[in-house]
Write a protein that binds this ligand. Structure first.
Ligand code: GCO
Length: 471
């Protein structure tokens, strides 16, 4: 094995999100979010019954969280702000000071220890009152988000230099509004997901532009968006499989990357062609994929200082072997995913280890898009409880090795974020899938956190800035 070194200015971090760790779901004036409502209304959905009401109790344990970050020696902490904690109705005319106070304390504690805060503004938690107005399918959502973002920028621009507007638009839209396995659990299969995609991109772009105009000069922060860029490749080298892989990439991440980073902006031609054609066949008067006007294309194009790349795994793609219900996004995409039978499997059913996929994904981005600096904003592994997490260690080493190779071959990567700092509520999987570098004892009063082997190894990697390419 060969040892490779990260550049000295490379940044290492760890991540969480508000719903997944905070708890305090109605503490001190916090409003209800779509995740509070979704899991309260559907308790049986949650694998082990543990929802985000208490979660890892970071609302009270934040000092310990910062202590863990210091133990690891990370350069930054990626966490999210719960919109309903600071604006209980979602609208900026009713501010919950106590909610802001929580983030004031966390940010100040981080800065005191020279850990940069990296703030995600939206990690899946729309305030429920806004959902009642249609949520992300209402074009007004663009303005709701813009106003919320400006308010948070104003409060923290002097302290926070890394901003992520939206986390995983594909999950927000296709799993929230099309398949319905994530909050708000809607399955308006025909148009909802696409309308959401358009509004989320516009909301992101408006927030980015607002930062540029009002804050960039003075505070010099960077604003990006986090997109799930797992790797999708043909199951085997046939025309059908290659085309299916291309469709997978276009629908899964091209839909969000192209409008921001492609030369011409706008949604990918492939997606437009497929959805426009099917919509006509299905008797829709206009395409189920909304058009972006020239002004919207211009607004969105170039609206990010970096890509936050969330990467976990690789899928092998073939055309779907079964007929999906139509109209639906699944039918439009027409793909079926499998994973290498010999790849090591995590606890989550979709997660297997294939480090070469990160290398390929990086090269794909480099080849297909204009200048696009990357921060890996999530990468991780799920397991059962237990401190001897050799699988997580191997997976991390393998992927960091692949990342270094991709950097050697020209991809500009500025940082890496481990998902997650600690065990948390993995959405409807509850706490049945553990992603933490730190184990959380959910039975204990204090939600006691204990370092796993992976935490010690990550600390060593950060210290030495070195990793063996073990794949
Ligand atoms: C995200 C993810 C995280 C998950 C992680 C493991 O969108 O950022 O859904 O919240 O916990 O990806 O599945």
């Amino acid at each position: 094995h060969r040892k490779r070194k990260f550049p000295t200015n490379f940044l290492f971090g760890a991540a969480t999100s508000a719903y997944q760790v905070e708890g305090g779901w109605n503490a001190d004036g916090k409003g209800e979010s779509i995740w509070d409502k979704f899991l309260h209304d559907n308790p049986d959905l949650v694998a082990d019954g543990r929802n985000g009401d208490v979660a890892s109790d970071s609302y009270h344990q934040w000092r310990r969280d910062v202590e863990m970050l210091r133990e690891l020696g990370v350069d930054f902490y990626r966490f999210s702000i719960s919109w309903s904690r600071v604006l209980p109705t979602g609208f900026e005319n009713e501010i919950n000071e106590a909610g802001f106070k929580y983030y004031d304390n966390l940010i100040d504690e981080l800065l005191k220890h020279e850990i940069q805060p990296m703030v995600t503004l939206y990690h899946f938690e729309l305030p429920q009152p806004l959902q009642e107005l249609g949520g992300w399918t209402n074009p007004l959502s663009v303005t709701w988000f813009e106003n919320y973002a400006k308010l948070v920028f104003r409060r923290y621009a002097d302290k926070v230099k890394f901003w992520i507007t939206i986390n995983q638009p594909n999950t927000v839209c296709m799993e929230g509004y099309a398949s319905g396995i994530m909050a708000p659990g809607l399955n308006s299969k025909d148009v909802g997901g696409y309308e959401c995609a358009k509004n989320v991109l516009l909301a992101h772009a408006k927030a980015y532009r607002a930062y540029q105009t009002e804050f960039k000069k003075k505070y010099e922060g960077n604003v990006g968006i986090s997109i799930a860029v797992n790797w999708f490749e043909a199951l085997s080298n046939t025309t059908e499989n290659n085309e299916a892989a291309e469709r997978a990439r276009a629908f899964e991440f091209g839909l969000y990357l192209d409008p921001i980073w492609s030369k011409k902006g706008d949604f990918p031609d492939l997606v437009k062609k497929i959805v426009d054609k099917k919509s006509t066949e299905q008797g829709f008067k206009t395409s189920r994929l909304p058009k972006l006007t020239a002004a919207e294309v211009k607004l969105i194009k170039g609206s990010a200082d970096f890509l936050g790349m969330n990467h976990y795994t690789t899928f092998q793609v073939q055309p779907s072997q079964t007929q999906f219900e139509a109209p639906s996004v699944e039918d439009d995409r027409n793909t079926e995913y499998t994973q290498g039978p010999a790849w090591r499997a995590a606890k989550s059913p979709w997660l297997k280890s294939a480090p070469y996929g990160l290398y390929k994904a990086c090269l794909h981005l480099n080849l297909n898009y204009d200048y696009l600096p990357i921060i890996i904003t999530e990468h991780g592994w799920s397991s059962d409880p237990g401190l001897e997490d050799q699988d997580r260690v191997d997976n991390m080493r393998g992927y960091l090795g692949a990342l270094l190779l991709a950097m050697e071959d020209g991809t500009e990567v500025k940082g890496y974020t481990a998902w997650s700092l600690m065990d948390n509520v993995e959405w409807i999987a509850g706490t049945s899938e553990r992603f933490g570098l730190y184990e959380v004892d959910f039975e204990s009063e204090q939600k006691t956190r204990t370092a796993r082997l992976s935490a010690l190894v990550y600390k060593h990697i950060i210290e030495s800035r070195e990793v063996e390419d073990a794949w």
